[in-house]
Ligand binder design. Structure first.
Ligand SMILES: [Zn+2]
Length: 442
């Protein structure tokens, strides 16, 4: 008996020792030579931003911003007095757990699908996220092609603070009519899953949406018209209502004008890829406030964009801008181009916006304000405002003068932690070892 009491006391002691000690709030202050406000399209000189971060919850908060803000005692001061400081960028359409590997194009998907396991692809997503963050992307919508939910695993690891990465808005598996986006042989029919979830009937659509949400999808991705049997407007409305039932929005891959019109009429959250987005579609999108994630590949020596495609693309982007469609920056840059990492490659897509003659301030709005809206993070993170999480970047020249200034992002803070400084990435701080209090799976 005495022995039992002794053991119980020992266990209590051990338990006590395991309780976390209250960690100190980390306090940082940024001296910003110029603070760019994407909402107004203007920059203010000599501003100070004070940030608090709780290492136990991995949460950060902008405490104050302004010209005469006192720096708290003991705060780590970050001197960006010769920089242009702005909020983090958003890529509204990419695929982090895939990198096309081999020529010719039609083989790309199949190589990844049959040769890369989901765990390997989750590690790839982390690596890609790392590269995107280094270029200033603090939020990415990851819209499918992730094996068996490598995207969810990546998002969870970022949220836990295990690895540095953008805030992830992930879709799980892309839902489509039989075959998804693939053109496999009957012998290889099984390769469609898990790249795509076949959903042909209404019951299958509901099941596919619930399955994705159950496994951690924050947004639903539908292939509207990838096969000869596109979804009807009623089916697309079912996508919207069933997803809304769980508080999720629907993003639609569209490639035909009819498909895009049906998707817009059904009230999808965003239409992705610009090929089918005609002035008629834009008009409807503007009326209904549907986001345009055009994934506008630039004409460059590394891209295969031909003259006609380029002219159509520029005219389309310009038309959408003039008609007042909510524009978001998006890339679909899920391939390897020698000489660029995935973040640098993503920034190159700004060349299309520049060539289309969109004003710098509006390109910056697409990259930030509209990016936070499509990601549904406006209440929690995005702008450099009191109360929001601290996702802050800096460039050495003014992006309002030339948006390509973002090629040279010198500083990245994610969730109050410094990820890149003086152009150098120093991530060791990010590899958090252990649980994060208050974090919930899914
Ligand atoms: Zn895509």
């Amino acid at each position: 008996m005495r022995r039992i009491v002794f053991l119980a006391a020992l266990l209590l002691l051990a338990g006590g020792a395991l309780l976390p000690a209250r960690a100190q709030m980390e306090v940082r202050a940024i001296r910003a030579g110029h603070l760019v406000d994407p909402e107004s399209g203007r920059a203010l000189a000599n501003q100070t931003i004070v940030i608090e971060r709780d290492p136990q919850t991995n949460r950060s908060r902008i405490v104050s911003v302004g010209p005469n803000v006192a720096i708290p005692q003991g705060a780590e001061v970050i001197d960006l007095s010769d920089q242009w400081v702005l909020p983090g960028l958003v890529d509204a359409h990419d695929h982090l757990a895939i990198t096309y590997k081999e020529e010719p194009e039609s083989w790309y998907y199949y190589y990844t699908i049959i040769s890369d396991s989901t765990p390997l692809r989750a590690i790839q997503a982390m690596s890609t996220g790392f590269q995107k963050l280094a270029s200033g992307f603090t939020i990415v919508r990851d819209l499918g092609n992730n094996g068996l939910y490598a995207d969810t695993a990546h998002r969870q690891a970022v949220e836990m603070g295990w690895v540095p990465g953008p805030t992830m808005i992930n879709s799980g598996i892309i839902i489509g009519g039989f075959g998804g986006q693939l053109y496999e042989t009957p012998e290889m029919e099984a390769t469609v899953y898990p790249e795509y979830l076949n959903a042909d009937t209404n019951d299958e659509i509901v099941k596919a949406i619930r399955r994705n949400i159950h496994y951690g999808a924050k947004v639903i991705k539908v292939c509207v018209d990838c096969q000869a049997y596109p979804y009807t407007q009623e089916q697309l409305e079912l996508f919207v209502s069933e997803s809304a039932n769980a508080g999720r929005k629907v993003s639609g891959h569209v490639q035909t004008v009819e498909g895009a019109l049906r998707a817009a009429r059904a009230g999808l959250w965003s239409l992705d890829h610009d090929n089918a987005l005609t002035p008629e579609v834009h008009k409807l999108m503007a009326e209904k406030g549907i986001f345009r994630a055009g994934t506008e590949t630039p004409k460059a020596d590394w891209s295969r964009v031909g003259d006609r495609e380029w002219e159509r693309r520029l005219a389309g982007l310009k038309d959408a801008y003039e008609q007042g469609v909510p524009l978001v920056f998006s890339t679909d840059a899920d391939y390897y181009i020698p000489g660029f990492n995935r973040g640098e490659l993503s920034i190159e897509f700004l060349n299309t916006w520049k060539a289309a003659g969109i004003p710098n301030a509006d390109i910056l709005r697409a990259l930030t304000v509209n990016g936070y809206r499509i990601s549904e993070t406006t209440e929690t993170r995005g702008l450099i405002k009191e109360g929001l999480a601290a996702d802050i970047i800096a460039a050495s020249s003014n992006p309002l003068d030339d948006i390509m200034a973002l090629r040279d992002v010198t500083f990245v803070m994610k969730d109050g932690k410094v990820f890149k400084k003086d152009g150098v990435v120093a991530p060791l701080d990010f590899f958090h070892n252990g649980p994060v209090y208050g974090w919930r799976k899914r």
